[in-house]
Design a protein around this ligand. Sequence first.
Ligand code: ES4
Ligand code: ZN
Length: 330
Amino acid sequence: HEWREWLRALPKAELHLHIEGTLEPELMFELARRNGIDLPYADVQAVRDAYRFTDLQSFLDLYYAGAGVLVTEQDFYDLALAYLRRAHADGVVHAELMFDPQTHTQRGIALETVFAGLARALREARDTLDISSYLLLSFLRHLPEDEAFATLEAALPLREAYADLWIGIGLDSSERGNPPEKFARVYARCAELGFRLVAHAGEEGPPEYVRGALDTLKVARIDHGVRSSEDPALLQDLILRRVPLTVCPLSNLKLGVVHDLREHNLARLLRAGAVVTLNSDDPAYFGGYVLDNYLASAEALDLSRDELVTLAANSLKASFLPPAGQKRLL
Ligand code: ES4
Ligand code: ZN
């Protein structure tokens, strides 16, 4: 309908997207067949039926299992190109993709295979669809900091070859019990190396984790951050410092962070002056790409046209594109 077309035409950046979370069941089956892997599901519908999550961990268990079909450079290319085509169709002009190298290296997949496949898709999409994109290498927070360091060391020799794409670092996976301070040393090293920094915080974890991500990890954006509103002083800081929050409404709904989109605090955060952006997180698992997130939020929260324009403009301004590139796209 007309809202959808109007929202599609708004230039948007997607800033919170796990490329492994864009693996649609159809592609999962195709890659499993191609790689001779047995899936514990009879068909595509059985996979979709399994996607009834109760919390973050119940999702992560399936998400890491699903990623097991990604083996060759071509698999990573197919995954990323499918996502970029889909995002382009939603009016995304720039995307910053997180990827989880440890999920793959733990299974014996070479880091070079992951980088090469993703990069080939990102460069092809830049040239053929005119959609720009960056890569954010994310550490798995349920693993020790030593393993994050080892991942960083293994990836650094590839930095030159992928310098046009790999510009930043993220932190994801099981939040509770894995506070940001656990990664203070590796984040300090990444800052020295000149990487842009983000981290998941305040999705399931308490507002103290958002504070830690800001003050200890010194991130430029907070992924999720919705629990920040529980600490008014923290929220004031986020507003005054203009720290963007990459909010993912349909993700929050599917993982039980909120029980009804009408109760989501993103409109309150926006109206209080926070730099809120809308994103899809793991769209193949959460039932919607970025345009679906805009539409569902607009409907549930009665967002005005001006507010939707602000959300879209925020996404470009909160991106790691240089200011000249942001202006060209706005
Ligand atoms: C994630 Cl929704 C979410 N939260 C934390 N880590 C993740 N990895 C992929 N999706
Ligand atoms: Zn996420």
